[in-house]
Structure formats: structure tokens, C-alpha cells
Design a binder for this molecule. Structure first.
Ligand code: SIN
Length: 521
């Protein structure tokens, strides 16, 4: 089946939904999402959106947010991009408000701004501790009722379509690669749709699910990054995996319950199981140091003591504030017998966010023509070597708007390519059993968790690479002869992303931001 749209948007977090709402004012948009509109990393974002609101927040100004972002990123960020995102932030936040998002206010007029690690003042807009969920609810409702937007849920993008599918040889680095849309697997019917579009936008989120402990939902398997890489787009900074310092420790709970950094902003402190408050010895900003520093410190303590968790003591925050600002975390922890107004919370670091990804310019355009990447899957230059807390939703909405505006300059040059063949599944069969695919995935998660964690070594990275190459070979053999299934697509994508992370980590010879290798000391 062939379908034709002006815009094909792959992914349905904040980046995908907001881009679609901007683009639907111009033309016909198709959103493809592999589960429901409510399965995305955005949905799980608790903290909020960092934003300078000049008239309301005397303490803040652009230069402070710019400096905080650069410092968190160890100055590996692209300054021009940082300035642009910070300065455009409030305009885009106003778009969200116009669409119906209601950020918490502390009185009738002023926003209630939270403080998180690495921020020199409170500047995080939020909706209690469920900011992402509330944003998605509002935007999903809008896209589902928009006459110019078609939403395909339970649809897996298999591959981006380029000249490769017309029989031409494509190499990374070539300037004239063009994207014409994507082949998409409809899990309801098992049919493969060919969706052609003038502009394709990849907004597939992160990669957390390639680790055993992650705050990300199961969908976070790096599909967009793997697809773009296969289509010969450039990727960068893949070694900068951010581990959130405080995920609730509960073995086998996936995703791990995030304990928002805003709780530390409100006064919660970290201590060892023996009751020692350790962050003050390590950094002047203590609990509110940037995530790379806090997560690494916790990791070192866990390795030294052999403990599985440290404790986050939120009792000083006070019951009233906890119930008002963190009701979701409070309720969730109660289910596990923890009353956070009285009991310390067992926490450990968990894979949370990929700071690198598909390389884009300052308009979100990838190195392939007519192809944009926005949101977590993209490497825009904003985050450098470590993302400042709550800058990710900000990046998503600013780049959604930028990419849409930029697309208007090129959409008329893009034509629908009628020569693209249908997906060819000749000679493929249904895998006899899925257990192999499942066990390869678990093997990959173990490799990444054991060898490519917060603190790395050359030996572990090389071992990981060998094992990943072996898995890649076995998976390709299955892929060539099998009919498409979501599990197989995700395994293949996750392996590609793991390969990129490890090879980038091997190449980086200095310890900076989130990248820490004991052999570089
Ligand atoms: C948090 O609330 O701590 C997570 C927000 C983020 O990742 O920026």
C-alpha cells in the first residue's frame, strides 16, 4: 500500500507532536508511532521545561541559563545553538500554553519554578511531578482531532527510503542523499506500508532500553538513530549517555521509577546506607551538582561498598510540599511500602538520556536532504558532553518550530518519488520461535550494563564491541530470512545503537562530561 503526505513524522513525544501541529498549518501530516501516542520518553518526564521568564523571575536572565547549559556540557556544546534555544524558549512555551498546557503557578499570576541540578536559579516550569504526561495528554488530543493530521499508532518504521531503494549506491558523507519517506510495518495487519513524503522527520526518542536499569519506557530502543545510520546519515556524540542519579531502586522494575531532581532542588539529600551525607565532600554544589558528577559519585560509592543503592532523604522537604509538588512519586512509593515523608528512598543511577545522536544543523536538518531529526534522537549541539536538567523538553519544542520553519524553504523542491518499489519480503518466513530474538536482546542489555556503564575501561569497551559484533552477525542472519516483527526490528536497531555508543566511547581519549574511562585518567 502506498500513501502520500507532505510530512511524515516518525515518533510521538513532544518533538513529534509539536512539529506535527506546526506543520499541519501548512500541509498534510502523517504521524507514525510504534505503540500508542502515550508511549514516549516525554510521557515519563517529571521535572519539566527549563525556561528563562524574564518578567517574572528577577533572579534569572538568558546569560545565566546559557552559562549553566555550557558548564553542564563541559563547554563541548555549540554556543550558537545554546543561545538560540535559551532565547527562543519562552516563545515556544507560550505555544504550549496556547495549545492548552497549564503549567503550575504559585499564585494566580506567577509560574511556580523548580530548581534542579546545575541551574543557578529556579527556572523549571512544571505540572506537579507529571509534566511530560500532562503535555502529551493535551497535544495528543489536539493531533487526534486535527483535520490535517493522520495518526498511525502501532506502526513501526522499518527503514527510511533513499536513492538506495532505487538501486543507487549510497555512501556516508555524500551530499546528495535524499529521503523520500519510510517503509512502515502495521502491527494490526502485518502489512508493510510505503509512506512517501516530501519531508520526513525522525523524532523517535532515546535508547535507555538497551540497558537493564533505565527510567525510559520499553519503546526506547534508538530506532530512529539506527534507521538514519543505515540510511547513511552522520551521528555524533553517541558516547554521552546520561545516567539519572536517582531512580528508585527496585530490582527488575522497568522502567525504573524516576525520582525527579526537583526533589533534590527542594532539599532532599543523598546519604549512604550508613547514614553519611556524601555529596558535600565531593562538590560545592553537593546534591545540586550536574548529573554526570552526582551519578558518578554514587556509582563509585556503590562499587566501593558493594551496596546496591544509596538513600535519598526527602524528609526535610516537608509533608505539605511533598504532597503538593510530588504527589505522583509519593503515591508510587507508597505502593512499595515507602512513605517518603518519613522514610529515606533507596535510589541508584539509571540510564536516562542520550546527549548525542543523529547529527543536525541549527534547524534540525540531518546530513540527508529532506530529512530532519528532533528531540532526544538528535544531536543538535545543545547538550555538549552532558545535558542540563530539563533542557530536553525545551530543545524538543524549539527545534520542532525551527525545523518546521526551515522545511518551508525546501518543501517545494521536494517531490514525491513515484519510482520507489514496494517492500520486498520475498523468500522470508515467520521465525519458528521468538525466544532467540528475546534472549539476544537481554544479552545486549547485559553487555551494555556490565561493560558500558557510568565508568568505563578500554578492556570492557573492547569486550563489549566483540560481543556486539557477534550479536549483530547472528541477528542479520535471522533478519535476512524472517518476516518483519517488532521484536526483530527493535533488536536490530538496539544492536546498531549499542555499536555506535561503544565505537564512539573507544574513540574518545579524554574524560569529559558523561564520558569517563579509567584508562584516560
Ligand atoms: C527529572 O525530573 O529529574 C528528569 C528531568 C530531566 O531529565 O531533565
Amino acid at each position: 500500500m502506498t500513501l502520500v503526505f507532505d510530512y511524515l513524522v516518525i515518533g510521538s513525544g513532544l518533538a513529534g507532536l509539536s512539529f506535527s501541529l506546526y506543520a499541519a498549518e501548512y500541509g498534510k501530516v502523517c504521524i507514525v508511532t510504534k505503540k500508542s501516542l502515550y508511549d514516549s520518553n516525554t510521557y515519563y518526564a517529571q521535572g519539566g521545561i527549563a525556561c528563562v521568564i524574564k518578567d517574572e523571575n528577577e533572579c534569572d536572565d538568558y546569560s545565566k541559563h546559557i552559562e549553566d547549559t555550557l558548564k553542564a556540557g563541559s563547554y563541548l556544546n555549540n554556543r550558537e545553538v545554546v543561545e538560540m534555544v535559551v532565547k527562543e524558549g519562552y516563545e515556544r512555551v507560550k505555544d504550549l500554553i496556547k495549545w492548552g498546557v497549564n503549567f503550575d503557578k504559585k499564585d494566580k499570576k506567577k509560574f511556580d519554578l523548580h530548581k534542579e541540578g546545575g541551574h543557578s536559579c529556579p527556572r523549571v516550569l512544571h505540572i506537579k511531578d507529571v509534566t511530560g504526561k500532562e503535555i502529551i495528554k493535551v497535544l495528543a488530543n489536539k493531533v487526534l482531532t486535527h483535520k490535517n493530521i493522520t495518526v498511525f499508532q502501532n506502526h513501526y518504521a522499518i527503514d527510511l527510503i533513499t536513492q538506495h531503494h532505487l538501486g543507487y549506491e549510497i555512501k556516508r558523507g555524500m551530499e546528495n542523499i535524499e529521503c523520500y519517506g519510510a517503509y512502515v510495518f502495521d502491527t494490526n495487519t502485518s502489512l508493510i506500508k510505503k509512506i512517501l513524503a516530501r519531508i520526513t522527520v525522525v523524532c523517535t526518542g532515546g535508547i535507555g532500553n538497551i540497558y537493564l536499569v533505565t527510567t525510559n519506557p520499553e519503546i526506547a530502543t534508538g530506532d530512529g538513530i539506527a534507521m538514519c545510520y543505515r540510511a547513511k546519515a552522520e551521528c555524533e556524540n553517541m558516547e554521552f549517555i546520561q545516567f539519572h542519579p536517582t531512580a528508585f531502586y527496585y530490582p527488575f522494575k522497568r522502567p525504573a521509577l524516576l525520582i525527579t531532581e526537583a526533589l533534590r532542588g527542594a532539599g532532599a539529600e543523598l546519604k549512604t546506607k550508613n547514614g553519611y551525607y556524601f555529596m558535600k565532600d565531593y562538590s560545592v554544589d553537593a546534591e545540586l551538582s550536574t548529573r554526570d558528577i552526582v551519578a558518578r559519585r554514587i556509582d563509585m560509592i556503590l562499587k566501593k561498598t558493594g551496596d546496591e543503592y544509596v538513600l535519598l532523604d526527602a524528609t526535610k522537604v516537608g509533608k505539605d510540599k511533598i504532597l503538593k509538588n510530588f504527589p505522583n512519586i509519593y503515591r508510587e512509593l507508597l505502593k512499595f511500602g515507602i512513605n517518603m515523608t518519613k522514610d529515606p528512598i533507596p535510589v541508584c543511577p539509571a540510564a536516562h538520556y542520550l546527549c548525542g545522536g543523529i547529527k543536525t544543523n541549527k534547524n534540525g536538518k540531518t546530513t540527508i536532504n529532506f530529512l530532519y531529526a528532533i528531540g532526544e534522537c538528535a544531536s543538535t549541539g545543545l547538550h555538549g558532553a552532558n545535558r542540563l536538567a530539563s533542557n530536553s523538553l525545551l530543545e524538543s519544542i524549539v527545534f520542532a518550530h525551527k525545523a518546521f520553519q526551515d522545511s518551508l524553504n525546501i518543501i517545494n523542491k521536494a517531490s514525491i518519488n513515484n519510482k520507489i518499489p514496494n517492500w520486498n519480503e520475498e523468500g522470508t518466513i515467520y521465525p519458528k520461535e521468538m525466544v532467540l530474538i528475546k534472549s539476544y536482546f537481554t544479552e545486549l542489555q547485559l553487555i551494555m550494563t556490565n561493560y558500558v556503564g557510568i565508568i568505563k575501561s578500554n578492556e570492557r569497551l573492547n569486550l563489549a564491541l566483540d560481543k556486539i559484533m557477534e550479536l549483530a552477525k547472528k541477528t542479520e542472519e535471522i533478519y535476512k530470512k524472517s518476516k518483519i516483527s517488532p521484536q526483530l526490528l527493535e533488536l536490530r536497531n538496539a544492536i546498531s545503537v549499542a555499536y555506535l555508543i561503544v565505537t564512539f566511547a573507544i574513540r574518545r581519549k579524554e574524560n569529559i562530561g558523561l564520558h569517563y574511562n579509567i584508562d584516560n585518567e
